[in-house]
Design a binder for this molecule. Structure first.
Ligand code: NAD
Length: 380
């Protein structure tokens, strides 16, 4: 079975989907692995390392795609690439299925079996394949590093003969995987950290990292079976903003990570809240690519609002692309290993398997995920 990585269509994507380390694992399964020439050189993975791990360097991408049984990438490829695939080709990628509705239709029409890495179930067993978590964790780290770099203030307290510098105050909104890593990173850098999430279950986790959990009463909140937050009503969001404004105003750095699975991110920090912050403060909006938690966020731009800098990147994990690639490539290789049939020596899409059933977005011409299918139909 031929597993091939392709060059990322999005030229800004810095991550890759197969590393020399994951090549070894895939070759060990019995697969043929091909990668484009210089696929990992920007990240320090040489062609020789890939070859040593057992990969074949592609002569041309066109020929590689023609021979591939499985095509892997970080982000989606172009429509024309998918349309040109032979029926039954397996595609593994982050496909952003709730927003890329036309793409989902293209994949189904091309009779491609697509595995969307976003749809890995949030179970203990599937953690090693959970790309959302691996990338979110690095994004949380990057958010703090970016803020520390941009703010004209030190994060730790410093007592020196020349004077005492108070620690920076960091307020983190949304304490999922990214938020927890942001708390841990900010604490390590010596900041004073406060955090809030609508899911009360995270209070203990926040405290265990040495941060303060901010209590805000917005009435009943909850989470889905998979652990994702349920959306607040407009009234609840307004209550949240009112009670949160003073914590935002008191912070030197605000990091927002609030997301709702499969839906646009909630707008939490309104313009007047931004204006209520001290000049020189920084806001990092990790939800920028799904609409943003902060009024005024512009993807991949630094926006100044009355002296407050708002930064929202489309790809926070891509800032630490080498580690993000190692993690993502491991997630993909673990997925392939999970679905690999040792007797037949190939990937077998067993629809009875909980993980395969969950990630398999399109197969045999059909859209399999009911939520995505409904979104596609509503979009027509
Ligand atoms: P996410 O990226 O969907 O959202 C980030 C955080 O934003 C969440 O904690 C959410 O509760 C919060 N949020 C949403 N609306 C908010 C609002 N209005 N105000 C403040 N916060 C708001 O979340 P995630 O990081 O993907 O994690 C979701 C859950 O899944 C967590 O409970 C996490 O522990 C769990 N998880 C479980 C596993 C596993 O068991 N294998 C793996 C990863 C994550």
């Amino acid at each position: 079975m031929n597993i091939s990585a392709i060059k990322e269509s999005n030229k800004k994507e810095t991550r890759i989907a197969i590393t020399p380390q994951s090549t070894k694992k895939l070759v060990g399964l019995g697969a043929t692995v091909t990668v484009p020439k210089n696929y990992g050189t920007a990240l320090g993975f040489s062609n020789e390392e890939y070859e040593k791990a057992g990969a074949v360097l592609q002569k041309t991408q066109k020929a590689a795609i023609e021979e591939a049984d499985v095509i892997v990438s970080v982000e989606r490829a172009s429509d024309s690439l998918y349309k040109g695939l032979k029926e039954g080709t397996i595609v593994i990628s982050l496909l952003d299925p709730f927003r890329e509705l036309d793409l989902v239709e293209t994949l189904a029409a091309a009779k491609v079996s697509s595995l969307a890495m976003e749809l890995v179930p949030r179970t203990t067993y599937a953690q090693k394949m959970d790309a959302l978590s691996s990338q979110a964790s690095l994004a949380g780290y990057t958010a703090v590093i970016k803020a520390a770099d941009k703010i004209a203030k030190s994060l730790p307290m410093m007592s020196t003969p020349s004077g005492t510098i108070p620690p920076a105050k960091v307020f983190i909104i949304g304490v999922g995987v990214a938020g927890l890593q942001a708390i841990a990173t900010a604490k390590r850098l010596g900041a004073r950290v406060e955090a809030y999430d609508t899911r009360p279950v995270v209070e203990e986790q926040v405290k265990s990292l040495g941060a303060k959990f901010v209590k805000i009463d917005v009435g009943e909140t909850g989470q889905t079976e998979q652990g994702y937050a349920k959306a607040l009503t407009d009234e609840q969001l307004e209550m949240q903003r009112k009670q949160m404004a003073k914590f935002v105003a008191g912070a030197d750095i605000v990091i927002t990570t609030a997301q709702l699975f499969g839906r646009p991110a909630p707008l939490i920090v309104k313009e007047e809240m931004v204006k209520g912050m001290k000049a020189g403060s920084i806001i990092i909006d990790l939800a920028a690519s799904t609409g943003g938690n902060v009024a005024g966020t512009e993807v991949d731009k630094e926006v100044m609002v009355e002296g407050v800098k708002i930064i929202g990147l489309s790809n926070f994990a891509g800032e630490v692309a080498k580690d993000a690639s190692q993690m993502y490539a491991n997630n993909v290789a673990n997925m392939l290993e999970h679905a690999w049939d040792k007797e037949e020596n190939k990937l077998v899409l067993n629809l009875e398997d909980e993980i395969v059933n969950s990630v398999l977005l399109t197969h045999d011409g059909a859209i399999r995920d009911e939520r995505v299918k409904k979104a596609v139909e509503d979009n027509k």
